[in-house]
Structure formats: structure tokens, C-alpha cells
Ligand binder design. Sequence first.
Ligand code: 5GP
Length: 115
Amino acid sequence: MPTIFSKIVSGEIPADIVHQDDLITAFRDVSPAAPTHILIVPNQEITGVDDLDDGQAEVAGRMFLVARDLARKEGIAEGGYRLIINSGPHGGQEVMHLHMHLIGGRPLGPMLSKA
Ligand code: 5GP
């Protein structure tokens, strides 16, 4: 079964796509947590960080470079932003297709509550 993000990558279901290349697709989160909230995903279905192979360094690195470029395009690079990759149940990962959240456009507060 393809993931919902695979269906977005292939165009089967709609999304506000802001970047697509041979390795990566980026689109706006359907439920944004901040003025800019973009998901950066490998076109290839990789379940999560723990499923990355050593041979996938290019796609992993490209995710960061796309995040950098989109942050500049969105006008949030100077003010700063947060990149989040949730992994597994304790990490709060809901969609089992590796993705990086690019979040910014307002002060984001502390990274985690320490309760
Ligand atoms: P996770 O909790 O797995 O790190 O984040 C999954 C993210 O995917 C959530 O922020 C959620 O709002 C977003 N999301 C889930 N389904 C869809 C969808 O169909 N379209 C888009 N654009 N975002 C989605």
C-alpha cells in the first residue's frame, strides 16, 4: 500500500507542492503549525530515519538542502526556523514515510516541554 505521501509525490492526491526534483518532493502541511509549515519527503518510500541505508546519503542530504532553499524562498531564513523529523512512536511519527518538517514564520518557543 503506498503511503499518503507517495500518493502526493505521484500526483494521485492533491497537495500544495512547492518543490519537486528527482529525489525530493516538498509540499505544505495540510494542518500547519506556523505560517510556514512544509513537509520535505523523499520521492522513494523510506519509512523513517531508522530505515535509511548507508547508500541513501544523497537523498538524506538533499532533504537539508531543499529545506535551506525553501526557507530562503519563504523569507524565514533570516528570522530562523525549525527542522523536525519525528521517528517512531516515541518520536510522534504519524505518517510512515520519512519526512522533514520545515516550520517558521513566528517565534517557535522551546523545542520540548520538560514536564
Ligand atoms: P508526523 O507526525 O508524522 O511527523 O507528521 C505528519 C504530518 O503530515 C502532520 O503534520 C500532518 O498534518 C501532515 N499530513 C497528514 N496527512 C496529510 C495530507 O494528506 N496532506 C498534507 N499536505 N499533509 C498531511
